[in-house]
Design a protein around this ligand. Structure first.
Ligand code: SF4
Length: 138
């Protein structure tokens, strides 16, 4: 059966820092990074969606309606993006909630290959987010 992939991203990256998910899609095309799993296989990408934003008083199952949107299109494998895996303090808890909510779904941690060390990436994103927040609060 053809595998049908979905990608769940960090909304800090997509909504605030304007990431178009290009790095993930490039490595999917080239079967690099976490997508090496599908070397020599044909897959469909059913969609990408960001998280709801950092959960504060909400529970981790707030992520489930996001996943439902992809399951609706037949997703069999959900990739949590590289940025989620490296940046998100809640990534493992989301993965646990998703596995509990969708036991038949394969949940894969990661998408594209790293382009720098994890610490360098965290520092870069921390600085970019600080710049954006400075820009909107004069
Ligand atoms: S850090 Fe985690 S919860 Fe917060 S916006 Fe990014 S992926 Fe979502």
């Amino acid at each position: 059966m053809k595998r049908k992939l979905g990608i769940l991203t960090c909304s800090n990256m997509t909504q605030v820092l304007d990431c178009p998910v290009g790095g993930c899609l490039n490595d999917l095309r080239n079967r690099q990074g976490a997508f090496a799993l599908y070397e020599n296989s044909s897959v469909d990408l059913v969609g990408t969606i960001s998280c709801n934003g950092c959960p504060t008083s909400t529970g981790y199952d707030v992520i489930l309606p996001r996943v439902a949107g992809l399951v609706h299109y037949g997703m069999t494998h959900l990739h949590l993006s590289y940025c989620m895996v490296v940046l998100c303090p809640f990534a493992n808890k989301y993965a646990k909630a998703i596995k509990a909510g969708y036991p038949g779904l394969e949940v894969v941690m990661g998408t594209h290959e790293p382009h720098q060390s994890d610490d360098e990436f965290r520092k870069q994103i921390r600085n970019q987010l600080a710049e954006r927040h400075t820009a909107i609060i004069p």
